[in-house]
Design a protein around this ligand. Sequence first.
Ligand SMILES: *Cc1c(COP(=O)(O)O)cnc(C)c1O
Length: 441
Amino acid sequence: MSKLALLGGEKAVKTSPLPPEMTKWPIINKEMEDNVLDVLRRGAMSGSDVTKKFEDEYAKWHGMKYAVGANNGTAALQCAYYGAGIGVGDEVICPSITYWASCLSLYSLGATVVFADIDATTLCLDPKDFERKITKKTKAVIVVHYIGYPAEMDAILAIAKKHKVKVIEDASHAHGSLYKGKIVGSFGDASGFSLMSGKAFAIGEAGIMLTDDREIYERAITFGFYERHKELTIDYLKAGKGIPWGGYKYRMHQMSAAVGLAQLKKYGAETAEIDKAMNFFWDRLYGVPGIHAHRPVKGSGSTMGGWYNARGLYRKEEIDGLSISRFCEALRAEGFPSHPGCNKALHVHPLFNTIDVYGHGKPTRIVNNDKSVIQPIGSLPVAEGLQSKVFSIPWFKKFNEKILVEYADAVKKVVDNHKELLKDDKGDQDEAGGWGLTFKF
Ligand SMILES: *Cc1c(COP(=O)(O)O)cnc(C)c1O
């Protein structure tokens, strides 16, 4: 047992920071550059020919009939909500641990969100709590495949069917993740994906909605894509064509679509490499107390896709109660960048409690619903306690055994020597997570 770097010993990680080829993302190739230049030179930035091709390919990849390319994931999701018929007075259930864009646009539709707790192992919607949160007003559930982990679709779909609740997947973290062999984003009535540059499928500011339901598709087009109203076939929608019903314009930029067409060809190979690297890292840490991989059981047919923003699960009770703050501090000293936490529970943010966005004279959350939808602190314990139970790990884009061994062994070293860290442990610090994930507030 070598001495911890935090206490004056040598660093476990020799290759820190990671070389750029192990972290660089997205990987830009010649075909992407050529595709973008072609759009630019043709002056086709606001057109739709490239986007149409991209939509067709993306839909085919998911085995879905219809796709709508949007200018970002937030818009794609709002279109899915409008498409599914969500409107005034409706309640929509969403896990409290996610990025705000999973649910906040519900306000603009006159609907509200009811948060459900997550499962401590999957970090996705807890099916039992989903069922508990269903009321007469529940119209839909938003299923987030959180940081790549496919949510428990069998249970969720069965509950949704029983209560006639629509299912909309937010697959922004999980492009290409499989649930029991089937790709996420293909389970619900509709699904939405962010394709912005920070995500696993990163093509610039862009998003996409998928559905097999012609009415959802046409309603999405009606809402934010006036230039596509010629596609409308449903009478009540055709009656209002020419002007977007939402008053929004959500067209995808064709330079993003151009990048996307090239990315579709190489995403599978790139994420297979990520999967190999991340799984190697976690395999090496198997059995280390306090530390658990956040990934589905091997052989289940479920996968983590591109491992977007991966986290490790931390269980301090297995290592004498060492705080996660102290643990991450020791990891960082070893040359392993890590911080506690992830997205903070949304239901505790003022926007979901007190803030009046539109001037109704009461919190927007309850404008079209009664006060009972407000969820006080203490109501979703797993989500609220999560910040001290997860820690960030590097997002390895390339398999390099020597380097991965250094990083995994740094974690082992900290755990092996954890008793030496207990003495000066000041407990969990309020440093974890944030509502934006990328930016800390
Ligand atoms: C990024 C993200 C979105 C929003 O996508 P944008 O492209 O940034 O608008 C929605 N949901 C989740 C879970 C996200 O992480």
